[in-house]
Write a protein that binds this ligand. Structure first.
Ligand code: PMP
Length: 358
């Protein structure tokens, strides 16, 4: 006799983390290759002696600082142990059985997982040619059952973006009762001025939320801290679903210090952006149709050769992320790591099956 779990849980594929082995080059998780920003590293070292105490339960210092930074009232800001937590709380707060959640496909793989966990039905919408979110098709996918639409901008795993005009046109078509979540996990790497700032859009609209994280550009993935800007009633509901003390003391300290290090963040992200563009040019030169990326990763749309390519890289010591049947996502690492990946990809031709249909 086994204890049954809810059918929505037992039917879940769950999150498939990349298994990391010591000594492998890690280009699978969209982390930055260097540590925390220097200012945050110093603050962290000084904060470790205080961890016998529980953290500030409301993370009030961090919330106030973020509200200031974003130009929104503190009541609209919620912090969580990673933005993925806020994603989960948000779906639990808004969705239940019979409700639908629209997103791109492929897009961040946890949208469908967390939607189903909340009892809702994911409605993935195929990307447009060029590997960008198809906002027109996503607008058409909105039905009376839709509660949430995720617009991942830049999109994970493709790195592509939607621009201000297209997003504003899309927002104008979405009914007020549907929350549009602009997931800007990779915003820090964006250098195209046409890519809109979600916080600005959220300020003036009652059905727009923004999710961001300290995991990527700020280099704090291991500490788990992210934040969201929500319409006030949604923020109240999201906050109510948080575990107590979700954001730990070191995460609060490092996040606060990071917000004081804007120049360090910009320098780092500019350097990663240049490296990203160098690696993309090399991949395009090698014959891969890699779309321009505004994130810290690149997308190789190799279709049903994705898993073979990722396995080839792993065998030779480099971890990348395969989206089966669609492509391979590779994060931007150090120049030496990126060169190791480029060498492998150039040598992969002989080991991969022919593309489907060839
Ligand atoms: N959104 C997107 C698009 C992501 O790629 C990720 C992490 N890979 C997250 C949210 C969650 O990030 P975290 O929980 O580390 O803040």
């Amino acid at each position: 006799m086994t204890v049954p779990s809810r059918p929505t849980v037992s039917a879940q594929p769950g999150f498939r983390p990349t298994v990391v082995e010591a000594g492998l080059v890690q280009l699978a998780n969209n982390e930055v290759p260097d540590g925390p920003l220097p200012t945050a590293a110093r603050a962290l070292a000084a904060a470790t002696t205080g961890v016998n105490r529980y953290p500030d339960p409301t993370a009030a210092g961090l919330v106030d600082r973020l509200a200031d930074h974003l130009g929104v009232p503190a009541g609209r800001v919620v912090v969580g142990d990673g933005s993925v937590s806020l994603c989960q709380q948000l779906l639990q707060a808004l969705c239940g059985p019979g409700d639908e959640v629209v997103s791109g496909a492929p897009s961040f793989e946890l949208y469908p997982v967390l939607s189903r966990a909340a009892g809702a039905e994911p409605r993935p919408v195929a990307l447009a040619p060029g590997h960008t979110l198809d906002l027109d098709a996503m607008a058409t996918a909105v039905t009376p059952a839709t509660r949430v639409v995720f617009v991942c901008n830049p999109n994970n795993p493709t790195g592509t973006t939607v621009d201000r005009a297209d997003l504003e046109r899309f927002l104008a078509t979405v009914p007020d009762r549907v929350l549009v979540v602009l997931d800007e996990a990779y915003r820090d790497f964006v250098d195209d001025p046409e890519v809109p700032d979600g916080a600005v859009l959220a300020r003036s609209r009652g059905n727009v939320a923004v999710l961001r994280t300290f995991s990527k550009g700020y280099g704090l993935a291991g500490l788990r801290v992210g934040y969201g800007v929500f319409p006030t009633p949604v923020a109240d509901a999201v906050r109510r679903l948080a575990l107590p003390y979700a954001v730990n003391t070191l995460a609060q300290t490092a996040a606060l210090a990071s917000l004081d290090a804007g120049d360090e963040l910009r320098d780092r992200c500019r350097r990663i952006g240049r490296e990203r563009d160098r690696v993309r040019a090399a991949l395009v030169g090698a014959g891969f149709a890699v779309p321009p990326s505004q994130a810290n990763f690149l997308w190789l749309p190799v279709g049903d050769r994705a898993e073979a390519l990722a396995a080839h890289c792993r065998r030779h010591g480099v971890l990348v992320r395969a989206v089966p049947g669609a492509g391979v996502r590779v994060s931007v690492g150090t120049p030496a790591e990126n060169d190791a990946f480029l060498r492998l990809v150039r040598a992969a031709e002989g080991v991969l099956p022919e593309p489907a249909g060839s």
